[in-house]
Design a protein around this ligand. Structure first.
Ligand code: NDP
Ligand code: BG6
Length: 513
């Protein structure tokens, strides 16, 4: 897949304006792409964005003419930016190739411009520099807002008035959080739309760029065996699980004003849920897919406090090592009630999913790091083999597990006969284990999403009506938790989380996987 047009892909075929974006119609049209990382001195830029840009360069995904600019207030020269970025690049893709040389080439395309986020003057200076690099070619400009949300609008205003392209497209990738609730998110959207059209805004949810989330629709819509079972008739419950085995280390300041529900559930897990539960879209076109996702979100019941459990990690000593409590972080106010864990039962009131609990669980500082979708199927009616299971028949139902990370896999738990003369049943896994099947490393989500934004492919980005629908579901709950000052249940750092999550699941006759 390449912006030079080497490989046709689903996304390039489905995007209306790709021809021009990619220079597919005649590379000699001399198109140039400039990516400006706003907030280039920050954590996300170093950790994810520059490495992803390098990976795309390494894989020959950029057009012949491209430039990368870092923009932030910090004083830095081009050379200093290159040193900073150079430290984050790795040759993970193919160590046998000439990676050092590729890094040098990539870094020579990286430049830095220091400026304020609300200064049109500073952005005009950036514009001059961009023009020098574009050298009269058709210019396509992508701005990546890797900055705190309170300055999004300032930047969008300055970039659109003083540094937008006059000959090609101008697009803006926005990092989450997109607001704190329905009201602030709508205000943000309104602010953006003063300066940009909806199709210029690429709201990123990096979970949509993860390989196994991308594969969800392929699994469902290109295999006859799954789609007929994909409903309340056969599925007992669906679980969406996110856990990290570390705390908010270093991001406590940000985290405290958002909490786990806004940080993970309202976006990453809800997006997976919408993709999982949507009806078959008319086509793979971005609008067709997003239309179906928004219908799911609009068919859901807003979350009720009785169906939610919140927790916060407390300090814990294990094997002589002492692990901090969430409130030990200096950037977190003492006595903070911000949840670092939440579990919730959600329902989609439509014909396909009526009555099926969708259970979400997300937490920091838990015993393991994983993101999974677990689909538990109903019992086999009148099971002929009910007396021959080696496990409780209740636990012998089929389960489809999509392990998004780490160690990507899709497996189906089935029942089979233990070989031998007797008749005893066992549980086994039909397993697609990515590392065993594919030798090539899976690209980082940011690589896919950046490339999609350059190509103008919007399928994996959040449309404003999706965002509104998502906030409508969560805002009443968040308000109630905050107004009533609900105390989160404390759980030890490194544990399985609060016991309340098990009671919540039990209420719906579910066991967490
Ligand atoms: P940072 O806090 O590191 O901020 C990025 C840059 O913005 C800083 O280097 C700084 O640059 C500038 N900045 C920071 N605070 C302010 C402020 N109060 N006013 C003006 N400028 C400021 O953020 P991250 O890099 O961690 O994240 C960027 C965005 O991505 C945020 O919206 C975040 O929520 C989101 N995000 C981050 C993730 C992560 O893992 N880090 C994960 C998912 C989303 P300078 O001082 O040089 O101008
Ligand atoms: C971010 C959250 O969106 O996703 C972080 O803000 C979280 O709190 C991160 O750690 C997890 O992403 P990944 O790709 O590492 O699972």
């Amino acid at each position: 897949r390449s912006v030079n047009g080497a490989l046709p892909t689903t996304s390039s075929l489905s995007s209306k304006d790709n021809g021009e974006n990619l220079g597919l119609i005649g590379e000699d049209k001399e198109i140039t792409v400039t990516i400006t990382v706003v907030g280039a001195s920050g954590d996300l830029a170093k950790k994810k964005i520059f490495p992803a840009l390098f990976a795309l360069y390494y894989e020959d995904c950029f057009p012949k003419h491209f430039t990368i600019f870092g923009y932030a207030r910090s004083n830095m020269t081009d050379a200093e930016l290159r040193i900073m970025v150079g430290k984050t690049l790795t040759c993970r893709i193919d160590k046998s190739e000439n990676c050092d040389q590729k890094m040098k080439e990539f870094l020579s395309r990286c430049f830095y411009h220091s400026g304020q986020y609300d200064s049109e003057d500073n952005f005009s200076k950036l514009d001059e520099k961009l023009k020098e690099h574009e050298a009269g070619r058709i210019s396509n400009r992508l701005f990546y807002l890797s900055i705190p949300p309170n300055i999004f609008i300032d930047v969008v205003k300055c970039a659109s008035t003083s540094a937008s392209s006059t000959s090609g497209w101008t697009r803006v990738i926005v990092e989450k959080p997109f607001g704190r609730d329905l009201e602030s998110s709508s205000a943000l959207t309104k602010g953006f739309k003063q300066y940009l059209d909806e199709d210029q805004i690429f709201r990123i949810d990096h979970y949509l760029g993860k390989e196994l989330v991308e594969n969800l629709s392929v699994l469902r819509f290109s295999n006859l065996v799954f789609e007929p079972l994909w409903s309340r008739q056969y599925i007992r419950n669906v679980q969406l699980i996110f856990s990290e085995d570390f705390g908010t280390e270093g991001r406590g300041g940000y985290f405290d004003s958002y909490g786990i529900i806004r940080d993970i559930m309202q976006n990453h897990l809800l997006q997976i849920l919408a993709l999982f539960a949507m009806e078959t879209p008319v086509s793979l076109d971005a609008e067709d897919i997003r239309n179906e996702k928004v219908k799911v979100l609009r068919s859901m019941r807003p979350l009720e406090i009785e169906n939610v459990v919140v927790g916060q990690y407390k300090g814990h000593v294990k094997g002589g090592v002492s692990y901090p409590a969430y409130t030990d972080d200096n950037t977190v106010p003492k006595g903070s009630l911000t949840p670092t864990f939440a579990a919730a039962a959600l329902f989609i009131d439509n014909a396909r999913w009526d009555g099926v609990p969708f259970l979400m669980k997300a937490g920091k500082a838990l015993h393991s790091k994983r993101a999974e979708i677990r689909v538990q199927f109903r019992h086999v009616p009148g099971n002929l083999y009910k007396n021959t299971f080696s496990v409780d028949i209740d636990r012998a139902t089929n389960e489809l597990v999509i392990r998004v990370q780490p160690d990507e896999a899709i497996y189906l738990k089935i029942n089979n006969k233990v070989p031998g003369l007797g008749m005893r049943l066992d549980r086994s896994k039909l397993n697609l284990h990515y590392a065993a099947k594919y030798s090539k490393e899976i690209p980082d989500a940011y690589e896919r999403l950046l490339l999609d934004a350059i190509e103008g492919e919007r399928r994996l980005f959040i449309r404003s009506d999706e965002l509104d629908a998502a906030w409508k579901l969560f805002t009443p709950l968040l308000k109630e938790l905050e107004d009533r000052k609900i105390h989160p249940e404390l759980y030890p750092y490194g544990s399985r989380g609060p016991v309340g999550a098990h009671y919540l699941a039990a209420k719906y006759n579910v066991r967490w996987g």
